[in-house]
Design a protein around this ligand. Structure first.
Ligand SMILES: Nc1ncnc2c1ncn2[C@@H]1O[C@H](COP(=O)(O)OP(=O)(O)OP(=O)(O)O)[C@@H](O)[C@H]1O
Ligand SMILES: [Mg+2]
Length: 250
C-alpha cells in the first residue's frame, strides 16, 4: 500500500515548493516511482517539477459526459475512464504526475466524480509513494480522494497569524474525520528567527513542529528562472531541511 503525503496550508506559504522538495528527496533515496498529484485547480506543481501538462482528471469528467453515449462497441464506462486517466498521466523520470484540475462543473455530477475518485484511488496503489499538493484549505482532501493519508504536512510562515491559520486547517482536517496517521507543521521561508522564539510560537498549538525550512536563495533563483526544483543541489538550505523531515517521518 502506498505511503501518501498530503501537503496543505494557506495560500502562498510554499505548499507546491514543499511538495516538489519532498518528491526530490524521495527520488534521491530511490523511493520510486512517486505519484505526484496536483490537486490545486490553479495547476502549478508541474512547473516546480519541470514537466508540461496538457490534460486533467477534471476534463475527463466532461469528456465522459459527452462521449458516454458514443463509446466504441464493447467499451465499458469503466474501461473508458481508466483509459482516459492513464492518458492524462504525465510520465517522467522516477515519477508520474496526475493533474486533478477543476472537479466541479455546472451542477453536481456526483456519479461521475465518484467513478473518477475510485480510479484515482486504484491508480495510486501502483506507487509506493504519493505526494499530493493541495489548494489552500483542507476540504479538498476529502473530496478528491477517499484513501487514507499517512502524513499531512501543514505549511505555514513563522508569524502568529500564519500559525493560527495552520492550526485552523489542522483542526478542520480532524473535524472532517479524514483518516490521517500523522501530521506535522512545516515552517517555511524562515529568516533570522532564533529557534527558541520559534519553539515559543509553536508551543500550545497542538500540532508537532516537523521542520523549519529557511529562506533559500537557490530556491528563489530556481523558481524565478523556471528551473525544476528537482535539480536543486543538496547543499541548498531548504533541501537539507526536507531531508531531515524525510528522515524523521518516512
Ligand atoms: N524556503 C523558501 N525560500 C525561498 N522562497 C520560497 C521558499 N519556499 C517557497 N518559496 C517561494 O515562495 C513562493 C510561493 O511558494 P509556493 O508556490 O510553493 O506556495 P504555495 O503555497 O504552493 O502557493 P499557492 O497557494 O498559490 O499554491 C514561490 O515564489 C516560491 O519560490
Ligand atoms: Mg501551490
Amino acid at each position: 500500500m502506498a505511503f501518501s503525503i498530503a501537503v496543505a496550508g494557506k495560500g502562498g506559504v510554499g505548499k507546491t515548493s514543499v511538495s516538489a522538495l519532498m518528491i526530490r528527496e524521495l527520488l534521491r533515496r530511490g523511493k520510486k516511482p512517486v505519484l505526484a498529484v496536483d490537486a490545486d485547480a490553479n495547476v502549478n506543481l508541474n512547473e516546480a517539477l519541470g514537466v508540461e501538462v496538457d490534460g486533467s482528471v477534471g476534463s475527463i469528467r466532461e469528456a465522459m459526459l459527452d462521449e458516454i453515449k458514443t463509446l466504441p462497441p464493447g467499451m465499458s464506462k469503466e474501461a473508458f475512464v481508466q483509459l482516459k486517466i492513464e492518458e492524462s498521466l504525465v510520465e517522467s523520470e522516477g515519477f508520474d504526475l496526475l493533474v486533478m484540475g477543476r472537479p466541479e462543473g455546472p451542477g453536481c455530477y456526483c456519479y461521475a466524480n465518484n467513478i473518477l475518485r475510485r480510479y484515482v484511488d486504484a491508480l495510486s496503489k501502483s506507487y509506493p509513494f504519493i505526494v499530493i499538493d493541495n489548494e489552500a484549505g483542507m476540504e479538498h482532501l476529502s473530496r478528491r480522494t477517499t484513501q487514507n493519508i499517512d502524513l499531512v504536512l501543514i505549511v505555514s510562515d513563522a508569524t502568529p497569524v500564519g500559525l493560527k491559520t495552520a492550526e485552523r486547517i489542522w483542526r478542520l482536517a480532524r473535524d472532517l474525520k479524514l483518516d490521517i496517521k500523522e501530521s506535522a507543521l512545516v515552517l517555511n521561508r524562515v529568516n533570522g528567527i532564533p529557534r527558541e522564539k520559534i519553539d515559543e510560537m509553536v508551543e500550545g498549538l497542538g500540532i508537532e513542529l516537523g521542520a523549519v525550512l529557511p529562506l533559500d536563495q537557490n530556491l528563489i533563483e530556481y523558481s524565478y528562472s523556471g528551473k525544476s526544483l528537482l535539480n536543486l543541489t543538496s547543499d541548498s538550505l531548504a533541501t537539507k531541511a526536507v531531508a531531515d523531515l524525510v528522515d524523521r517521518y518516512i
